[in-house]
Write a protein that binds this ligand. Structure first.
Ligand code: R1P
Length: 315
């Protein structure tokens, strides 16, 4: 599952830079586009697309709604800031090893990025965080609960990639307060409704199954606000490399968390007594729904990210 050999980044970095003009070779900022959110790179200027298949060490992103390429370009006013975006990520549930999942973040760090904005689609566990239908609902992540990390599947298990990275990475300040502040400032400057942007805790699960109601309750009771199958491996790799991280979740669905199960015994008894009770329709989530909301709301996410870039301190 984990590489034992020291990682040789040189072939990857050479392959990538061979596609790029000089002014795009040292991006300041990385962006990871979650499910249905690859449109975040649509406003890049002087854009150069590098397909993952041309990059040694990169996998293939097989999930619908994830393209499989890096986009380089300029974002923001004036000359613009050089940025790199992952149009599609790798998830462990696709069969990628953890080292493949986090490799692109390590590569972006080697390319010189200082800040990383990670986006994802996520399910809401918190009744106060509605799905992004009418109001575009985004959550600035302030903390996480990573069940895989607590159960022996931490993405950083294995030999240290170099002696410069911490063996024991602290995570008490994993989500940069300065970048999170910028998200709220950006929302204000864009006149977004106050309720469009919440703060919350992301629960990482391995997927690919969505949560059972009991699992949803467990995560909610543990203090999570949204849940998803990505992001945390990237956060860990980024923090290991000393990057500042901001995570934005687009809430695409509710995780069904009934407090009580309907009693099938009562239903059967009512039926037998000739007075059937109305059976409620049980909601289910699908990836199509996740992509639909992503499609509808990617523009707001894009505007917010662009505003954050505009507000980033220079240098
Ligand atoms: O987290 P991203 O990649 O945005 O995608 C989310 O959407 C997919 C499930 O619909 C899962 O991959 C989940 O993690």
């Amino acid at each position: 599952m984990h590489d034992e050999q020291p990682i040789d980044f040189a072939p990857t970095l050479e392959a990538i830079t061979s596609f790029l003009p000089l002014n795009l070779q040292r991006p300041n900022l990385g962006i990871i586009c979650g499910s249905g959110l690859s449109g975040l790179a649509e406003d890049f200027r002087q854009v150069v697309i590098v397909p993952y298949e041309m990059i040694p060490g990169f996998g293939h992103s097989s999930v619908p709604g994830h393209k499989s390429a890096l986009a380089f370009g300029l974002l923001g006013p004036g000359e613009g800031v050089p940025v790199v975006a992952m149009l599609g990520r790798f998830h462990p549930y696709e069969g990628h090893s953890m080292s493949t999942v986090i490799f692109p973040v390590r590569v972006m760090a080697k390319l010189g990025i200082k800040d990383l904005i990670i986006t994802n689609a996520a399910g809401s566990l918190n009744p106060n965080i509605p799905v992004g239908t009418r109001k575009s609902f985004l959550v600035v992540i302030q903390d996480h609960i990573a069940l895989p990390n607590l159960t022996g599947m931490n993405p950083l298990l294995g030999p240290q990639i170099s002696s410069d990275v911490p063996r024991f990475l602290p995570l008490s300040n994993a989500y940069s307060p300065s970048l999170r502040r910028l998200a709220f400032l950006a929302a204000h400057q864009l006149s977004l409704d106050r309720s469009a942007l919440a703060e919350g805790t992301y629960a990482w699960v391995s997927g690919p199954t969505y949560e059972t109601p009991a699992e949803g309750r467990l995560l909610r009771n543990a203090g999570a606000d949204v849940v998803g199958m990505s992001t945390i491996p990237e956060v860990l790799a980024a923090r290991e490399a000393g990057l500042k991280v901001m995570v934005l979740s687009l809430v695409t669905n509710f995780v069904v968390i009934p407090n009580e199960y309907r009693s099938l015994r009562e239903e059967v008894e009512a039926e037998l007594s000739g007075k059937p009770i109305e059976i409620p329709v049980v909601q289910t989530v699908s990836h199509e729904e996740v992509l639909l909301i992503g499609k509808e709301k990617a523009t707001v996410m894009m505007k917010l990210v662009e505003k954050v870039v505009e507000l980033l301190p220079v240098g």
